[in-house]
Design a protein around this ligand. Structure first.
Ligand SMILES: CC(C)(COP(=O)(O)OP(=O)(O)OC[C@H]1O[C@@H](n2cnc3c(N)ncnc32)[C@H](O)[C@@H]1OP(=O)(O)O)[C@@H](O)C(=O)NCCC(=O)NCCS
Length: 214
């Protein structure tokens, strides 16, 4: 399947999802890679990882970039050569990129029962009270995604999901919330949007400019 969905996250950020249904040969013919990326693909043991990586390049090509416009810093965080901000995520059959003028974090996760087994290790489980099991699973996945997305923006050693990132209480129906990073004696605020796509959740986080806080 070509591009699966384009989603407007806010006035200057867009999210692009690719649903991977193609054979690996399709991607190999359609994507032009720089040497370092080709080496990365060749070193991947599983074909599904290769497809996930190549589908990200298909999305880049869809929005007018190529693999040559993307580079990684020493932490593995991706950047675009024209200075726009990008975040990347893949989960099984979906690959996704989010592009924005401002720092952005993206996470795509499959909703699985396992998230409830580990919830107390990364979140305030009181935020799951009075929900059905299915809703608990979904909400815990959103909260995991919020923490991953904020981590991807800040990319700082020592950030702990349970100790430093806090989501404001929210309803799944609202499809948005706010969250805070309290780390290194500083508090930073983030706007968050999320939604479901098939049995997956996507979450996008954006830094809130402290000058615009009410
Ligand atoms: C790096 C990390 C954010 C990746 O998230 P993930 O859910 O495993 O995988 P995703 O598919 O969503 O994201 C992978 C993409 O994130 C990007 N990425 C990797 N390291 C990154 C970093 N330090 N900062 C921002 N983005 C990063 C890359 O683009 C990568 O894909 P690519 O290499 O194919 O381009 C994650 O592994 C991590 O380290 N999380 C924090 C760890 C943590 O505190 N866990 C807590 C438990 S309580």
């Amino acid at each position: 399947m070509p591009l699966y969905k384009e989603i407007v996250c806010n006035e200057n950020a867009k999210l692009y999802l690719w649903k991977i249904t193609e054979e690996i040969e399709f991607f190999k013919h359609a994507v032009l890679l720089k040497d370092v990326s080709q080496k990365r693909v060749d070193a991947m043991k599983s074909e599904s990882h290769q497809k996930g990586f190549l589908a990200v390049r298909m999305l880049l090509q869809h929005v007018g970039y190529t693999d040559f416009d993307l580079y990684y810093d020493a932490f593995g965080k991706p950047h675009l050569s024209d200075g726009k901000c990008i975040s990347i995520s893949h989960s099984h059959t979906f690959s996704a990129i989010a592009i924005s003028d401002q720092p952005i974090g993206l996470d795509v996760e499959q909703v699985k029962e396992k998230v409830l087994k580990i919830a107390s290790r990364f979140m305030d489980v009181s935020h799951l009270e009075n929900l059905s099991d299915a809703e608990k699973m979904k909400k815990a996945t959103v909260i995991w995604g919020i923490k991953e997305s904020i981590f991807k923006i800040k990319n700082e050693t020592g950030i702990s999901f349970p100790k430093h990132i806090f989501e404001e209480e929210f309803n799944l129906e609202s499809k948005k919330t706010i969250a805070q990073l309290q780390f290194n004696a500083k508090t930073e605020n983030f706007n968050v949007v999320f939604d479901s796509v098939e049995e997956y959740i996507y979450v996008c986080a954006f830094e809130v400019d402290p000058n615009f806080l009410q």
